[in-house]
Design a protein around this ligand. Structure first.
Ligand SMILES: [Fe+2]
Length: 297
């Protein structure tokens, strides 16, 4: 059994150590069902596991382009969302970049209940053209990243276990919605997500996929920029965790060098000790856009 310090802080969309899928371990299928690790906070909660299966089934029967299925969240799960949002609110005020705050204000997502992916997707699509589609759990990085090229963000729909409101070892609806969906309603961040997907489509080798996954990790997931002399987050992994937002103050900041980021290993079992910081949001946009456009050409 893993110790507390070895627990993944967030095994995320581009993490190559994908969790095991049901029977056979095939994870290329975007509809694969995730089995909970024995160390998962919800592993011993039969009711939670049944609900995870119920919500996973929604995505397994989902057909691209169809209406997004509503998840039947319980009152307890809505309560959990309120608790997480209450913690994130002040952290966002202190640590998120202006672009994020502007997007969050535009989306006006509910504080009192978990929003359905359907309603979030409609709002995001109206702004940037990106739409959300449900998946049961983590899918392989190539499947996840290539879908971005088509303006589709693959989202989990379940919420973390109530025993650990500020921790999730895998992306959940909090991370997808308050991290990714909000940032995808930024036209510039949406454009970068599309470009990342297109760059992956031009990458045949596993080495190139790994390098692009690292670039995605250190930008879209854990990117920071300077604003008025302060370090602010635009990365979804930071923006969906009050703990990570506070911890980023202690990280070693390196200039945004994407060649270096593509070769920088990361460890998802702890708060990120190294972050790549651009001089401004605009500088980050141009640097990442040019890097992705030139990738593989
Ligand atoms: Fe993510």
């Amino acid at each position: 059994m893993r110790t507390q310090t070895q627990q993944p802080a967030l095994l995320d969309h581009v993490d190559l150590r994908v969790v095991a899928a049901a029977a056979g371990g095939a994870t290329a299928d975007r509809h694969a069902v995730v089995q909970l690790d024995p160390d998962h906070p919800g592993f011993r909660d039969a009711e939670y596991r049944a609900r995870r299966q119920e919500i996973a089934r929604l995505s397994m029967t989902y057909k691209t382009g169809a209406a997004l299925p509503d998840a039947p969240y319980t009152d307890e799960e809505h309560h959990l969302w309120r608790a997480v949002r209450a913690a994130l609110g002040p952290a966002h005020g202190r640590h998120s970049c202006a672009e994020y705050l502007e997007c969050a204000g535009r989306l006006e997502l509910p504080h009192d209940r978990i929003p359905q992916l359907r309603e979030v997707s409609e709002k995001v699509q109206a702004i940037s053209g990106f739409r959300l589609e449900p998946v049961a759990g983590l899918v392989e990085p190539r499947v996840f990243l290539e879908s971005l090229a088509g303006g589709v963000f693959l989202c989990t729909q379940y919420i973390r276990h109530h025993s650990a409101p500020f921790y999730t070892p895998e992306p959940d609806v909090v991370h997808e919605v308050l991290g990714h969906a909000v940032t995808l309603s930024s036209e510039r961040l949406a454009a970068l997500n599309r470009l990342a997907g297109e760059a992956v489509r031009r990458s045949a080798s596993p080495e190139d996929l790994e390098r692009l996954s690292r670039v995605y990790w250190f930008t879209v997931e854990f990117g920071v920029v300077r604003e008025a002399g302060e370090v602010k987050a635009y990365g979804a992994g930071l923006l969906s965790s009050a703990g990570e937002l506070e911890a980023m103050r202690r990280a070693e900041l390196r200039p945004l060098d994407l060649e270096a980021a593509s070769r920088q290993a990361y460890d998802p079992t702890q708060f990120q000790p190294v972050l790549f910081c651009a001089d401004s949001f605009g500088a980050m946009f141009e640097t990442l856009r040019d890097f992705l456009l030139n990738w593989g050409r």
